[in-house]
Design a protein around this ligand. Structure first.
Ligand SMILES: [Zn+2]
Length: 72
């Protein structure tokens, strides 16, 4: 009976250690993950590059692009 309790404590300790080890990893992952912003993009007619829809001028070739109409 005592042995079983010891084993239970041991597995609980392992669980706690794993949690403690996982937290920094999760935090590091959270802060280093690539920030993917779902910004609407459009293709420039002048150079074919992807540019944000709120750009009035293409940052790659300088061609004026029509602003997309604000979504209703
Ligand atoms: Zn362009």
């Amino acid at each position: 009976m005592v042995e079983e309790e010891e084993r239970r404590k041991y597995s609980l300790a392992i669980l706690i250690i794993l949690l403690i080890l996982c937290w920094p990893a999760a935090l590091i992952y959270y802060f280093t993950r690539p920030k993917v912003k779902a910004k609407p993009m459009r293709t420039c007619l002048g150079c074919g590059m992807q540019i944000p829809v709120d750009y009035a001028v293409c940052p790659h070739c300088g061609k004026k692009v029509e602003r997309a109409l604000p979504s209703p």
